[in-house]
Design a protein around this ligand. Structure first.
Ligand code: NAD
Length: 498
């Protein structure tokens, strides 16, 4: 018997009546069933969150109590760390080494970080105004936004859920969380952790369901104050349309086509090994995947040879095996999309230098596995060089001078992240200033910290996650202005001369 998960609405697990299978992408077999929310469930979640925000205790709790609740969630994750890591791997196909050492501990640390720092971030500011026409004191107050809808993609299910949830809750909001229907299981387990932590009812509601069916209702409703979305550009644009009717706050963490620049003076071993991680971790299904690697002429041949040699040695297998370095893609559809991108590149004249196929090994036939793929001889105008593939596919491209590398890196509709590999850190930092991306890693890749605001430029979206700035997205700033004219009355008293 596989487990069945209910919706979590108003502090209770509720059966919506309709359910679908959740698939293990390594075997194409169901590992659980989940409820699919209907319009009435969305309505119930909105009513619950609204009531919890307007009438419930959450936003007015003493900070120490709010902190305690959030720390309980962090502890709940750590207490079940191994179980959650295994579940995340089973459901998403992400190798268990990644879920064990990155996703699950980082999720707990994010709750800890915002529990320990929100009070500092919420600190009020006072501005004294003394001008010829006014003496006043302005108190700047950070308030929660209200009811916040959190919409999460399938590639980092627990981690992105935790980023959004920790910040929104620490700021005093109530939330409706909608995980991806492909990978909802760790978010639903988090629901159990939240229930055990006894957060006031309605502070967190979790509804699973098709974004196409319930997305508009959830995002357009005037009782919802903010949408925090991470996902594809096409869905992000729809959400902006839904929210325009009531003009509400959104943050958009969208796609990418990030570039990595490898200069001739780089530590070659580090640049190759780091670049392998930058495209093949999580099967390349990372918004910050460095899917374009630009290599300086002098080392291009050696870099490509070393990179391919190592890419071919990456061990594919079941995600729950600690020996596995690359698991399956998330779904059959995603693999078909990746194959179509590669065939498009081939048809346009690019060279598939390695991979490009479904692996032949018998034990990999049931799942959605795909070989690490390297494409060379792609021009910058080709779709493979411009569009997000979201799979283990990288274009390696040569350049002859830094100006050309910069132009290639910035020649993109996206601006999420970039990397630079060189021994000359000063020139890398100068180059980083000219790169149009929200994050630039120098001689490293994929380092995220709770202290650092993260988010892209251009079509990679707007708004930040994490850090003080990311946290403040979940608040609104009010100023209360009080007249302090030392003697007499303020100007308004005399304006009409009465
Ligand atoms: P997606 O846009 O298909 O889905 C994301 C979420 O939106 C899911 O929960 C889905 O159910 C929901 N959704 C779908 N249609 C909806 C609708 N009409 N209204 C409301 N919600 C709807 O994205 P995905 O395939 O799950 O994730 C991959 C994408 O996410 C990639 O483009 C990747 O770059 C992006 N991503 C970005 C970041 C970032 O931080 N910038 C991080 C991770 C992933």
């Amino acid at each position: 018997m596989i487990p069945h998960y209910h919706l979590f609405i108003d502090g209770e697990f509720k059966d919506s009546g309709a359910s679908v299978d959740v698939i293990n992408p390594a075997t194409d077999e169901p590992i659980a069933t989940i409820n699919m929310a209907h319009a009435r469930d969305v309505e119930a979640a909105i009513i619950s969150s609204r009531r919890a925000y307007d009438q419930g205790p959450w936003r007015a709790l003493p900070y120490a109590q709010r902190k305690d609740y959030i720390l309980k969630i962090a502890r709940g994750i750590l207490d079940r760390a191994q179980e959650l890591a295994t579940l995340e791997s089973l459901n998403s196909g992400k190798p268990i080494k990644e879920t064990t050492f990155m996703d699950v501990p980082s999720a707990a640390q994010t709750f800890e970080y915002f529990a320990n720092n929100f009070e500092r971030f919420l600190q009020e500011d006072v501005i004294k105004i003394q001008s010829p026409i006014a003496h006043a004191q302005a108190d700047l107050i950070r308030e929660p936004r209200g009811v916040v809808v959190l919409i999460v993609p399938w590639n980092y299910p627990l981690l992105i859920t935790s980023w959004k949830l920790a910040q929104a809750l620490a700021a005093g909001n109530t939330v409706i969380l909608k995980p991806s229907s492909l990978t909802p299981l760790t978010a639903l387990e988090l629901g159990k952790i939240i229930a055990a932590a006894k957060l006031p009812k309605g502070v967190v509601n979790i509804i699973t369901g098709s974004g196409e069916v319930i997305g508009e209702q959830l995002c357009a409703d005037s009782r919802v104050d903010m949408i925090s979305f991470t996902g594809s550009n096409s869905v992000g644009k729809k959400i902006l349309e839904y929210t325009s009717a009531h003009v509400k706050k959104t943050i958009m963490e969208l796609g990418g086509k990030s570039a990595s620049i490898v200069l001739a003076d780089a530590d070659l071993e580090l640049a190759v090994n780091g670049s392998l991680c930058s495209i093949f971790l999580n099967q390349g299904q990372m918004c910050t995947a460095m899917s374009r690697i630009l290599v300086e002429d002098g080392i291009y041949e050696k870099f490509v040879a070393d990179f391919i040699n190592k890419a071919q040695r990456i061990k594919l297998g079941e995600a729950t095996d600690f020996e596995t370095q690359m698991g399956p893609l998330i779904s059959r559809e995603q693999r078909e999309k990746v194959i179509a991108c590669i065939e498009g590149a081939r048809a346009q004249g690019a060279t598939i230098a390695c991979g490009g196929t479904i692996p032949a090994a018998l034990n990999l036939q049931k799942g959605f596995f795909f070989e690490p793929t390297v494409i060379t001889e792609a021009t910058s105008s080709m779709a493979i060089f411009q569009e997000e593939v979201f799979g283990p596919v990288v274009c390696i491209h040569r350049f002859s001078d830094i100006q050309q590398a910069l132009e290639l890196a910035n020649d993109s509709d996206f601006g999420l992240a970039a990397a630079v590999w060189t021994r000359n850190v000063t020139s890398a930092q100068e180059l980083a200033q000219k790169i149009n991306a929200g994050t630039v890693w120098i001689n490293t890749y994929g380092m995220f910290f709770n202290e650092l605001p993260y988010g892209g430029f251009k079509q990679s979206g707007f708004g930040k996650e994490l850090g003080r700035e990311g946290f403040l997205e979940y608040t609104r700033l009010k100023n209360t202005l009080t007249d302090t004219t030392p003697e007499g009355k303020p100007l308004v008293n005399y304006w009409y001369g009465f």
